[in-house]
Design a protein around this ligand. Structure first.
Ligand code: AMP
Ligand code: MG
Length: 479
């Protein structure tokens, strides 16, 4: 694999060269052949095993850990790759540059008290959810492989250790800019800005610095508003939207305590550490705007020498995030009920449906799929006057716009998944893989999630969530 290291052209404050720890008995559990093809990787999984386990660091490879900071639950902290090591960048046959990173490959200078390791369970979880997100059409980091190390990882009890190979457009995050603003002074911040723009927004490269910084902020706000809209479309809860987990490329990454909402409720939280619901389903747009404000303050010194002017520019862009998001949200929401144009009557109709779902604890995913079949499941919450009345109103709105049911239903099936990684199915599959060494349930799930938007899907095929499952379900930060 021919890897490049453009990141190492930044000043050395931004990284520490660090080799992965060698593993004694590496064994490949998953290898993503499709992704390998897309990346133009020609070696087989056997040929790559040693590298994917972190054992084969050849000449010319310069592995390193990235330095970054971040606001975790609102508090600034110095962080950095504590259990991830970048092998380098791979340029795909289409000319796109990707980071190739090992996660769980040992300690780095940024490990603080941690062991730099990862459990098989959590790396399989990342593999599964990131691949599911990709097939749902949501920008995300990808997973190339999961390798068990043969070594135990100690948590409360011993677990099998594993290394995930993560592929992402980059790992530059809001926290990388916070690090630069705090610890490298203007020259470092400037270097990082120019590097980031060259990598993600090369069309801005020739702009004067102030304009470049402002336009980058605007672009990242756009990408993040788009990303959160996707999350809201499929009921995804990231769970730990700290600024160090907010990437500038606009990809979902760092799959720790993430989960999917079943019953529609804006307050849904599954993460064991999120006691106040900061990162609840419905709070995600607001939190992303908060993260963008943190990004803006890091960039401000480059926007203008005049602090007041810089503040005005930055505030204007961050304030506009709310409008940008609302437009995307409304467009997405009306498409979920078959309309092409978001206007006050379609928006209101969609909002009424959400209110109905919230009042009747209806399943977010299944409700939209049921609507696109024009059938009412017997003895269900849908078999009610309130739901049928809403449907009548909906059909008359479609008719007013000359949208046939057939067109509406087919549009709806392309944005409303029938299958998502339902928490109870995910847990069952992961437990059986990590505890019982039985990969069958995980393989079945991975296969199913490759086609989340089937054109045909009967009501019986929809995923049923066990009663009261959500009430006790908890997710944990993926260590
Ligand atoms: P995360 O919650 O995965 O975004 O991680 C937050 C910070 O903790 C990052 O700096 C990670 O590198 C670090 N970290 C998480 N788990 C470990 C671990 N097992 N060993 C060392 N550092 C870790
Ligand atoms: Mg992280």
């Amino acid at each position: 694999m021919q890897l490049e290291h453009t990141y190492l052209s930044l000043s050395d404050k931004f990284y520490s060269e660090q080799k992965p720890i060698t593993t004694t008995r590496p064994n490949i559990i998953y290898f993503n052949n499709k992704l390998a093809d897309e990346l133009g990787i020609s070696q087989s999984e056997e040929e790559l095993l040693s590298m994917l386990a972190g054992n084969d660091i050849t000449d010319g490879m310069r592995p390193f850990a990235q330095a970054y900071a971040g606001h975790q639950f609102g508090h600034f902290t110095m962080l950095g790759d504590g259990r991830a090591i970048m092998l380098g960048e791979l340029v795909s046959p289409e000319g796109k540059r990707y980071d190739i990173q090992l996660k769980g490959s040992g300690r780095t200078p940024y490990s603080r008290g941690g062991d730099g390791r990862a459990t098989l369970y959590s790396m399989l979880r990342e593999y599964l959810i990131s691949e599911a997100m990709h097939h749902l059409g949501i920008p995300t980091s990808r997973s190339l492989a999961v390798v068990t190390t043969g070594d135990n990882v100690r948590r409360q009890v011993p677990h099998d250790g594993a290394v995930l190979t993560r592929v992402a457009s980059s790992h530059i995050r809001v926290g990388t800019f916070e690090f630069a603003a705090r610890f490298t002074g203007i020259p470092g911040l400037r270097e990082l800005l120019h590097y980031t723009v060259k990598r993600h927004d090369p069309d801005l490269a020739d702009l004067p610095e102030g304009e470049k910084a402002a336009k980058l902020l605007k672009r990242v706000c756009e990408r993040q508003a788009e990303l959160v809209t996707h999350w809201m479309r499929v009921g995804f809860i990231h769970g730990v939207m700290n600024t160090d987990n907010t990437g500038l490329a606009g990809e979902t990454f760092d799959y720790g305590p993430c989960a999917f909402m079943n019953e529609y409720d804006l307050k849904t939280v599954f993460s064991s550490i999120d006691s106040f619901g900061r990162y609840s389903f419905g709070n995600q747009p607001r939190i992303m705007q908060w993260n963008m404000a943190v990004f803006a303050s890091a960039l401000m010194p480059l926007m203008s020498e005049n602090t007041e002017t810089a503040k005005e520019i930055a505030e204007g862009i961050v304030d506009d995030f709310a409008n940008v998001f609302t437009k995307k949200w409304e467009q997405m929401l009306v498409s979920k009920i078959g309309f092409t144009v978001a206007e006050s009557s379609t928006n209101q109709l969609a909002e009424e449906l959400l209110d109905w779902m919230s009042e009747h604890n209806a399943d977010y995913i299944n409700t939209f799929r049921i609507l696109s079949t024009d059938k009412i499941p017997e003895n269900s919450v849908y078999d009610s006057d309130s739901f049928k009345n809403w449907k009548t109103k909906w059909f008359s709105e479609l008719e007013k716009r000359n949208i046939s049911k057939k067109d509406a239903f087919s549009r709806m099936k392309s944005v409303n998944p029938a299958f998502i990684p339902r928490n109870h199915i995910v847990e069952n599959a992961l437990e059986s893989a990590a505890n019982d060494k039985n990969l069958d349930p995980l393989n079945i799930l991975l296969k199913k999630l490759q086609n989340p938007y089937p054109k045909e899907c009967s009501l019986d095929e929809l995923q049923e969530v066990p009663k009261n499952f959500d009430e006790t379900y908890q997710t944990f930060c993926g260590t």
